[in-house]
Design a protein. Structure first.
Lengths: 300, 312
């Protein structure tokens, strides 16, 4: 649509003027907030800003301090554990549910509604419900004990060694429905003839899934992976609601570290450095994906 | 899609079997075949697991505290009481305020409605400009916008605080509405751009020939044709903004805290005796709005999240 209006009008700036005016919010958001804001934060992460941002450069000091802070190390460790397990489990559970839903079952809509409703709820609500269910005094642990198994222990939210798994349970409950939906859409996109051919050749169903269907769904898996992964890096509300980072600092995550240092500890420099590390983490996930997804297509 | 394929397959099968004698139609599958029992068993087990927290929430919120202390969380209430709901709504305490969740609810309403309208209005015009009136450099800005959707919010929060403070809007509802508009923009713009691109180009060209300009075409042609996508965008924004916690905490003063923030403050407050039934009633109340949107909108919600999934 670009060049159709007029070839000979002199002023380039006035072409599509309305469109340009209407796009001002988008341009401002993209340039000032997304690009400018990000650069600003990275830039100021090399200063020792405390209560207010100020331009006194200290090189990589903030990063050295960051990587020496036990709380940050625990945050990173938690994020790694949470990330790996939530990637594996949400892909596996999501795919299994989708495969079950794809067996031409009845009440498909009802099942989908049930699997997906947690996704409509906020992380705060999710965290608080699971905080209650995992409450050792009244929740699952006490129920199992009252059934006669009196030494049963399941108190993830009060045991600093396994607290991150307690958060993982809640996160999986909230998020697997979405993965199921994406996978189901992928499964539905596969040609029925593939199934027929596999059946004619006498290949068992599980083998068809593993050897034929999953490799065919590579694109869906990669997209889902990126979606889950960029959600993982952001995990914040869930931890705040479920454990507030406790017991002690054992369930801290990077996003919470950033918030606490920026708005509570009034140590902006640390907050900027930590958020820059988050940015790098996301870039490590996104850049290869974008390269595969968009760079590859041009060549092909 | 698979359904239509199988239907066609069945039709072909039926046509073929009419030529040859023998049993007609599809081979009947027994209802209680081992395979069916396994599939439905697994699905029902999973469904029970997903429904459990909702059940526990409802059951707990209808019990009195003495019953909670004695019983287990899965047992249905012996005596149903609505007192926890009343208390959660109108008199639960956060710090010094004891006027319950109602304040947070109305704050959330005052945040969600204008944010939804403003963000959709701006993003739909953006999408329209990108689809039909592309100017030089437009794609570059759009790419930055989409890449920006993946940047963690924590990276951009402080610069926005500064910008809003300079504008005198930091802490106000207007400021929060602007923030929601900014962060809703990538996904909504993408949604609208893709939708407007899919509309037949001849319509646009015909209107151009008739002398219609940018805004005339938008209001007279594009808008009336794209109600479904507006509904999808609305579902996406209402649930997303209602469920937001981080922006509410960062960009508003305590008197404007949205419902999620207030809920968290009520439940996780360290003072006083924990009233689990009130907490659960408050939790349900906070989750009610997105849940209602979800159950009412059904398939459109699925479409919305499939598009919104990019947001992560």
């Amino acid at each position: 649509m670009t060049g159709q209006a007029n070839a000979g009008r002199p002023n380039q700036l006035l072409r599509n003027l309305h469109s340009k005016i209407a796009s001002i919010p988008m341009i401002l958001t993209a340039v000032v907030i997304f690009l400018g804001g990000t650069l600003w934060t990275v830039f100021y992460s090399f200063t020792n800003s405390k209560l207010l941002p100020r331009l006194s450069f200290v090189g990589l000091d903030q990063y050295e301090r960051l990587w020496a802070a036990p709380r940050w190390l625990i945050s990173i460790q938690n994020l790694a554990i949470y990330g790996v397990f939530s990637l594996i489990f949400s892909l596996v559970i999501g795919f299994l549910l989708a495969a079950l839903m794809d067996q031409k079952i009845r009440f498909e809509n009802a099942f989908r509604t049930i699997f997906l409703y947690p996704f409509a709820l906020s992380f705060i609500v999710t965290g608080l419900v699971w905080q209650w269910i995992l409450n050792p005094e009244f929740g699952v642990q006490s129920v199992v004990r009252s059934l006669g198994w009196s030494s049963f222990t399941f108190d993830p939210l009060y045991n600093s060694n396994i607290v991150i798994y307690g958060i993982l349970i809640a996160a999986l409950w909230q998020g697997t429905g979405l993965v199921m939906c994406l996978m189901l859409a992928g499964l539905r996109g596969i040609d029925e003839d593939i199934w027929k051919a596999a059946r004619v050749d006498g290949i068992p169903m599980w083998k068809t899934y593993v050897l034929i269907i999953i490799p065919m769904m590579r694109a869906v898996f990669i997209t889902t992976l990126v979606i889950i992964a960029s959600g993982i890096v952001r995990v914040y509300d869930l931890v705040v609601a479920q454990t507030s980072g406790g017991p002690g600092i054992s369930s801290e995550v990077p996003a919470k570290y950033v918030y606490d240092y920026m708005f509570q500890a009034q140590n902006l420099g640390q907050g900027f450095a930590a958020s820059t590390m988050m940015l790098i983490t996301v870039a490590i996930i996104i850049v290869p994906w974008a390269y595969l997804e968009f760079g590859g297509r041009k060549r092909g | 899609m698979a359904d239509t394929v199988t239907l066609k397959g069945q039709a072909a099968h039926a046509a073929a079997s009419r030529l040859t004698p023998g049993p007609q139609g599809k081979k009947p599958r027994p209802m209680f075949s081992p395979r069916n029992i396994m599939v439905y068993g697994a699905l029902i087990f999973a469904a029970a697991y997903y429904l459990l927290p909702l059940y526990v929430m409802v059951v707990t919120s209808l019990k009195g505290m003495p019953e909670i202390r004695l019983g287990n969380i899965f047992s249905p209430p012996l005596e149903i009481t609505f007192e926890p709901w009343v208390k959660a709504w109108s008199s639960a305490c956060t710090g010094l305020n004891c006027d319950g969740l109602s304040r947070g609810f109305w704050n959330s309403v005052r945040i969600t409605i204008p944010s939804t309208i403003v963000s959709i209005a701006i993003a739909s015009v953006n999408g329209y400009a990108l689809a039909n009136w592309r100017f030089k450099g437009a794609d570059l800005f759009f790419t930055i916008l989409i890449v920006g959707a993946f940047i963690p919010y924590q990276v951009m929060i402080y610069p926005i605080v500064i910008v809003l403070r300079e504008m005198g809007l930091y802490g106000s509802l207007t400021g929060l509405i602007i923030v929601h508009t900014i962060f809703g923009m990538p996904i909504l713009t993408l949604l609208f751009r893709n939708y407007f691109t899919s509309l037949p180009e001849e319509l646009f060209k015909a209107a151009r020939v008739d002398g219609a300009g940018f805004w005339t075409i938008y209001f007279k042609i594009m808008l009336p044709m794209s109600l479904p996508i507006f509904v999808v965008a609305m579902i996406l924004q209402v649930t997303g903004i209602w469920n937001d916690f981080l922006f509410g905490v960062v960009f508003t003063r305590p008197e404007y805290y949205p419902m999620t923030v207030q809920l968290n403050n009520i439940v996780n407050s360290v003072q006083g005796v924990k009233e689990y039934n009130v907490n659960m009633a408050a939790t349900i109340l906070t989750g009610a709005v997105p849940l209602i949107v979800y159950f009412v909108s059904g398939r459109l919600f699925v479409r919305g999240i499939a598009a919104g999934a990019v947001k992560g």
